[in-house]
Design a protein. Structure first.
Length: 135
């Protein structure tokens, strides 16, 4: 990814995106996720080509008044971490920049590769999640 593409995507995320932790399945620990909502499908397809992820249609309850809307969700760990590392220098919204930094610095430290937690590592993981949502 070129520097200008990273800066462009950071601007889109600052304006229309979110950096969060989400669960894929009930009972699972949270993992990083980047979401971008837009009525411009072409924009989301361009970002998807650079970052991966999946585009979903949002239900339009009033098509006579509202444009169709879409959401790009990037949930694959490698894709999210790669993107966060690339956009970090360009994020301007404090909350998003701080969340980005928190994930980059701490997520892999509290997430075992095999997904198995002992009592100490589980405590660290839950503390990581709690601190994230305080940002």
């Amino acid at each position: 990814m070129e520097c200008w593409e990273s800066a462009y995507i950071a601007g889109i995320i600052d304006g229309e995106g979110s950096i969060s932790l989400t669960r894929m399945h009930e009972g699972e620990h949270r993992r990083p996720c980047i979401s971008i909502a837009s009525t411009d499908l072409e924009l989301l397809e361009y970002i998807q080509a650079l970052t991966g992820g999946k585009i979903n249609n949002k239900k339009n309850y009033r098509p006579e008044k509202h444009k169709n809307s879409y959401t790009l969700n990037i949930k694959k760990k490698e894709s999210v971490l790669f993107l966060l590392k690339n956009i970090k220098p360009y994020l301007r919204v404090n909350k998003k920049r701080n969340r980005c930094q928190w994930i980059i610095e701490n997520y892999e430290k509290v997430t075992p590769r095999n997904g198995k937690y002992n009592s100490q590592s589980l405590e660290q993981k839950l503390a990581f999640e709690e601190a994230f949502f305080l940002i």
